[in-house]
Design a binder for this molecule. Sequence first.
Ligand SMILES: [Zn+2]
Length: 172
Amino acid sequence: MSDGQAAGRPRHVYFSPFRNSLVIREGFAMEKRAAGERDRREWAEGIRRRLGLVAEVHRCRAYADDEGGGWVWACLRPGCLGAGYSYRSQPAAFAEALAHARAFMPEPPEDEPLTELQWALYVAFSEDAERQREADEAALGARILAVTEQVNDAFAGILPDGLRFEWRADGE
Ligand SMILES: [Zn+2]
């Protein structure tokens, strides 16, 4: 920075209305940047929470209430005022604390219900596939016969008497 002073001389702090306004503006800019950063973080956090990627963690503590008697639970999350008093037992207080913590767990996304159109398509495709399978099976019988005849014609006079080519379609 050049302030017009010779090197080696102690730099005095330079005040001016102009500089002050710069300082103030810089302060504002820093605040704005921090706010923007916070907004982005909160936005990302919100998205992740909606996608069920993060749970808001509400750790709780259940303890005996020495003054009021009974058991107490309190949420340890900063800013959360979740608490309950005068439970007769520790498990009762703990159950309430657990219910509080669970209330902030994201629900897994529900399966989308099958629409009528999807179902109609599924039925049509499976009926179609079934028809195709039946047609293929019916055609296979005729094809086996045709190939068998062809092979036997080709081997006529070559195979010993009484031997015949046969296609075993059962795969055994
Ligand atoms: Zn809480």
